[in-house]
Design a protein around this ligand. Structure first.
Ligand SMILES: [Zn+2]
Length: 298
């Protein structure tokens, strides 16, 4: 039986024990106070590693064997190195896999550590919980930024949030500075820059009340996501797309589907499905563990 420990580090850290891809026992959370937001952004990277190591150690206690440890973090992750992480800037460039393995060794734990992108971990978690680990699963995370995750893992950068969806040179609100990017239209920060007098929630509410400018924008928002999704369908084929993240409430699936239908016309590509997932930490936690167990055999 494969035993893994899955960890998710976003605005907080959640860690849990998995047996055969299923959570066992109660997950640990840091900070334990749910009202404390943004607790991680001020912590130096060394302290973050210590917190991760002590959570893993308490889940691995009692001499229970652990086969693999998986950690999901936001950002560009390749070969256990966090190449970039805009929302947890202190871990940028960190050899997180190596550093956590070293901290764990000091606590007598020698299982291999695998670092995954958080959106990829959600895709892995969805595939595992729905029993289709052998199928292509893609996830869009709609938050401050726009994340794209896929399972099974495939070498690459996969910065789907920065795919170009507009040729309009005025579309320059993406946090990365690139023109015409998906995140520059859909990202929370980008929406605040576009509507200096309204919060994104107010823009979507005004659109429902019939405000022309806001309605046009909400339509653009859905068309941008449809365009990016259509591009991935044209590259990797149809299949399942899931939508989650703390701003997934802005998404109107029928509107998205209507735009997608205008963009994907080749009949073998039309068998895609679209589904909203309520955001939760457990899916990414399971996915982090599942990815770590799978990585043992690569
Ligand atoms: Zn960008």
């Amino acid at each position: 039986m494969a035993v893994a420990i899955g960890v998710v580090m976003t605005e907080h850290i959640v860690a849990g024990r998995l047996e055969e891809h299923k959570p066992v026992g109660k997950p640990l959370r840091f900070p334990s106070d749910h009202d404390e937001v943004d607790a991680l952004s001020a912590l130096p990277s060394g302290e973050l590693v210590e917190i991760l190591a002590s959570q893993v150690a308490s889940l691995a206690a009692n001499g229970n064997k652990v086969d693999a440890i998986g950690v999901a973090v936001p950002g560009v992750v390749r070969h256990n190195i966090v190449e970039d992480s805009p929302n947890l800037s202190q871990i940028k460039g960190m050899h997180l896999g190596e550093e956590l393995a070293r901290a764990l060794e000091e606590k007598g734990i020698s299982a291999p550590v695998h670092i995954a992108n958080d959106a990829d971990a959600i895709a892995a978690g969805v595939a595992a919980t729905r029993g289709h680990l052998n199928r292509l699963t893609r996830v869009w995370t709609i938050g401050n930024g726009i994340g794209y995750g896929r399972w099974p893992y495939f070498e690459g950068v996969w910065e789907g949030g920065h795919i170009t969806v507009s040729l309009d040179p005025k579309e320059r609100f993406c946090g990365c500075g690139g023109v015409g990017h998906l995140e520059g239209i859909m990202g929370y920060r980008a929406m605040r820059m576009r509507f200096l007098d309204k919060e994104p929630e107010e823009v979507f509410a005004a659109a429902r009340q019939g405000d022309t400018k806001c309605r046009e924008f909400v339509d653009l928002w859905h068309r941008a996501l449809a365009a990016a999704t259509a591009s991935f369908i044209h590259l990797a084929g149809p299949g399942k797309f899931y939508f989650t993240g703390h701003n997934v409430g802005f998404l109107d699936v029928p509107v998205l589907r209507a735009h997608l239908e205008t963009m994907v016309k080749m009949s073998p590509l039309q068998s895609y499905s679209l589904e909203v997932l309520e955001p939760d930490d457990e899916t990414a936690l399971i996915g982090a563990g599942v990815s770590a167990v799978r990585a043992l055999t690569w």
